[in-house]
Design a protein. Structure first.
Length: 215
């Protein structure tokens, strides 16, 4: 019998690498179907990159205007109300809205518009966004990423409860052609606790270029 893969993935909608990882896992999901079970969890880059005082939490600060939290809240509402298939459509649509169309996914009206575009009734979503129903849940998931998992970036994938693995993928011709082989290879690597890091110099070069653009 073919193996069923159980993944937990911490992600952030504003991260380009998280977007590429989501597109890749979406394609793997199409190929494996029910043999791939993914639980998506929130990670807040604005929290880990913050220079605020020790102990500050983005999800507890009512005065803080968050870029990262609202799309996670919306995704949780969609999953709870409409189920996994609807979540999958909305999830990838939010990524594309931000990274392709440069839309403001922190704005509730934009999130409602995206939901409409993937054929979802937004009655419950609108109320959940108004009341911030899932804000605390987003914070809980981010806190879980920190303790016990010590996650520092996204996307980070937990394969079958093994050690979390941070994955950073470049765009290229491999997308669509190497999806399953890459998935299998990374799953094998993640199961080796003695492999602490595999890193290419190109990653540091890209990170430096990104930092320079954002100055």
């Amino acid at each position: 019998m073919a193996e069923t893969h159980h993944l937990t993935v911490w992600s952030c909608y504003v991260c380009p690498y998280a977007w590429r990882g989501a597109e890749w896992l979406g394609r793997v999901q199409e190929k494996l179907g029910e043999r791939l079970q993914i639980t998506w969890k929130a990670f807040l880059l604005e929290q880990v990159n913050s220079r605020r005082e020790l102990g500050w939490k983005a999800w507890e600060d009512a005065r803080f205007t968050s870029r990262d939290i609202p799309p996670h809240e919306a995704a949780k509402s969609v999953l709870a109300t409409h189920g996994p298939a609807a979540f999958a459509r909305f999830h990838i649509a939010v990524f594309r809205a931000y990274h392709v169309d440069k839309r403001d996914i922190a704005h509730p009206l934009e999130l409602l518009a995206i939901a409409h575009e993937v054929d979802l009734d937004t009655t419950v979503l609108a109320e959940d966004l108004r009341t911030r129903k899932y804000k605390a849940a987003v914070g809980t998931e981010h806190a879980e990423a920190s303790e016990p998992h010590a996650i520092f970036g996204v996307p980070t994938i937990l394969y079958h409860g093994e050690e979390p693995t941070f994955v950073k993928l470049a765009a290229g011709a491999w997308e669509g052609a190497d999806d399953l082989d890459l998935f299998d290879d990374l799953a094998k690597l993640a199961k080796r606790p003695y492999v602490l890091e595999v890193k290419k110099p190109a990653s540091a070069v890209l990170a430096a270029a990104s930092a320079a653009r954002n100055r």
